[in-house]
Design a protein around this ligand. Structure first.
Ligand SMILES: [Zn+2]
Ligand SMILES: [Zn+2]
Length: 181
């Protein structure tokens, strides 16, 4: 698995009838991806002139760090995709119009080389959430004492929620205003 960065195919090597590449046990895609369960799946390639239509599937589990409580959690990915792979040289010719068209993903190859390593990585990253949360309602860490508020509440009063009203509510409840709220 050490030469995964060189994993790919030359345009000329794709036969007219197309090609299916199956892969499995991919557990190293660089330092920026922490892979818990190795990726498996396939790429189906079909050459159309200088373009390649790719139909693919991938499955695996990565480990992400929660943006709020910093805990590591597993994030399973199972994804089907279709990519139009075009020569990099066509990028300037077509401009932005073509790129934003439809939902078809577009990728580019350079010097006839189609990198499966890059394609796989790209697809995985596209499937990672913008915000990494261990659960949708993660309470995060207390900004004062650093306690993980999902596991236990701390005694740092007065720094609860971002809403000023919740702070007001707290002040009132501290004064034991039993009626009227
Ligand atoms: Zn969290
Ligand atoms: Zn605290």
């Amino acid at each position: 698995m050490k030469d995964l960065k060189n994993w790919g195919i030359l345009l000329e090597e794709i036969p007219p009838e197309g090609l299916k590449i199956e892969f499995q046990n991919i557990d190293d895609l660089g330092e920026d991806l922490n892979i818990k369960q190795p990726f498996s799946g396939y790429f189906k390639l079909k050459k159309l002139g200088i373009e390649v239509k790719l139909e693919g599937f991938l499955k695996g589990v990565v480990i992400l760090e929660c943006d709020r409580c910093l805990i590591s959690y597993e994030f399973p990915i199972e994804h089907e995709f279709n990519i139009d792979i075009k020569p990099l040289a066509s990028l300037n010719l077509e401009g932005e119009k073509e790129l934003s068209e439809e939902e078809m993903e577009v990728s580019f190859y350079e010097n006839s080389w189609i990198s499966f390593y890059d394609l796989l990585k790209e697809e995985i990253f596209l499937n990672l959430p913008y915000k990494h949360l261990c659960k949708p309602d993660c309470k995060g860490l207390c900004p004062l004492c650093g306690a993980n508020l999902n596991e236990n509440s701390c005694n740092c009063k007065g720094y609860k929620k971002e809403s000023p009203f919740s702070i007001l509510k707290e002040i009132f409840s501290d004064k034991n205003l039993e009626k009227g709220g």
